[in-house]
Design a protein around this ligand. Structure first.
Ligand code: GDP
Length: 203
């Protein structure tokens, strides 16, 4: 499938479930802790510098942002979580928005979850992974900031992520660096694979 990633446009920012897009175009959702590099990962795979906003004030962006990619799929930027300094009201808003999105099984085609390859996934990360699992759609994990690891740290850290998030053998974990571009093609391949329609049987 040839998808022109240059053909990407911002569509809307949904502040509540009534704004969600429901036009049946596949939706690839991106989630991650604030500051994990979610915007940087999105910018990297789209070859853009400032498309998704890097360094947006943590916890100040309780919106779901939709980007339409080549009239083929929506890249859905879910609001970051786990920032300690957000108010309870903001946290509740985050919960309602995310619950609304995850409650609708029609919406998501593939879930992408971004974690920091340097650290053990947090309790919030584990909850997020469980939300994806409960949603019943395929999901994969991107271990970002790989460039910050020493070579000998890579394998043990990836293993720790797998174990902490309770990932199965078949679950995809992609070592990634938004900074260096490591893992970009593997992530794109997984996204494109999820867009393929199931083969129709030939008579
Ligand atoms: P978001 O809050 O998850 O959208 O995170 P951002 O994309 O704004 O990134 C947070 C910070 O991490 C920024 O200072 C980025 O430059 C930095 N960052 C993101 N990805 C990487 C990476 O792969 N390697 C390194 N070294 N820094 C990164």
């Amino acid at each position: 499938m040839a998808v022109n990633l240059q053909n990407a446009e911002f569509i809307l920012s949904a502040a509540s479930p009534k704004d969600f897009l429901r036009d049946r175009m596949p939706q690839i959702a991106f989630a991650g802790r604030s500051n994990v590099g979610k915007s940087s990962v999105i910018n990297r795979i789209l070859n853009r510098k400032n498309f998704a906003r890097v360094g947006a004030a943590p916890g100040k962006t309780t919106h779901i942002n939709y980007f339409k990619i080549d009239n083929t799929f929506y890249l859905v930027d879910l609001p970051g979580y786990g920032y300690a300094k957000v108010s309870k009201a903001e946290r509740d808003r985050w919960g309602r928005l995310m619950e609304g999105y995850f409650a609708d099984p029609e919406l998501m085609t593939l879930g992408v979850m971004i974690v920091d390859s340097r650290h053990k996934p947090t309790a919030d990360d584990c909850t997020m992974a469980q939300w994806y699992r409960d949603a019943g759609c395929p999901f994969l994990v991107v271990a970002n900031k790989l460039d910050k690891l020493k070579k000998k740290e890579i394998e043990p850290n990836l293993q720790r992520i797998r174990e902490t998030l309770d990932m199965g053998e078949e679950d995809l974990l992609i070592p990634f660096s938004a900074e260096k571009g490591i893992g970009k093609q593997e992530l794109l391949n997984a996204i494109f694979a999820s867009l393929k329609q199931p083969e129709t049987e030939e008579a």
